[in-house]
Write a protein that binds this ligand. Sequence first.
Ligand SMILES: Nc1ncnc2c1ncn2[C@@H]1O[C@H](COP(=O)(O)OP(=O)(O)OP(=O)(O)O)[C@@H](O)[C@H]1O
Length: 252
Amino acid sequence: MESSPNNNNNNNHHQADRQVVQVQVDDLKRDLSSEFSPLPDAQHSSIEEREHLQVYLRIRPFTSAESDNGESQDCVTIEPPDTVLLKHPSLSLSARLSADRSLAQTGQRFQFSQVYGPETTQGELFQGTVKDLVKDVLEGGNSLVFTYGVTNAGKTFTFLGPDADAGILPRSLAVIFSSIDERVFTETTVKPHRCHEFTRLSRTQQAEEAAFKRNLFRQLKESEKSNISLLNSTNKTLLEGKLQSFSLCCYL
Ligand SMILES: Nc1ncnc2c1ncn2[C@@H]1O[C@H](COP(=O)(O)OP(=O)(O)OP(=O)(O)O)[C@@H](O)[C@H]1O
């Protein structure tokens, strides 16, 4: 950011920035312990939380470029079914200079709900992680699924996957749409709103929705005819962006 000491506006901005920072620091200093009163039945609640929050680790295979570069340094060891042992990459500076040699050699263990190795297929991952959540959704439950990892870790592959090897999102949608059959709500009197809510539509709104839908299908047909699949490419761009989480809500 450019700085201009003679500019009053800028000075005001800097002062405002300082005030904002000050508030945040004060906030951080605040003792929040009193706001976290002990839970009445700590043991029960921790068991419940463990059941509700599942954390899976997926280790992807090396890409061909990585294999060609000889990047394998045996730093990740899976200890089935739920643990990984991480060691410093043997060529890393930290491994060579590590003051704690024993730590560098023995590594550190991390435990997850389950660890999936590089040979895991998209189908196996879906079966083991998300399929039961989808079943819950079909019975009225809600779930949030998201991927988390450094760039190039395999989040998009896991989430969307290539067309020929679908990830957890298209698989979830396939299960939902093939399961609801006659339970599809054919009327247009309600519309999903935000994540968990819906709005009831007036007659005028229903007519607007129907017109919007007709218009959308007409555009789709026209673009298919003229081979300019505008809608598809827009959707594809949206999907190929950073769509790496979805929440499963029940509107059935
Ligand atoms: N399970 C897998 N099997 C085969 N190839 C994979 C797998 N997971 C990821 N890849 C490949 O690894 C590369 C990186 O994956 P991906 O693009 O999904 O990473 P990402 O975490 O979404 O990255 P970014 O955060 O940068 O978007 C891609 O070439 C992808 O095809």
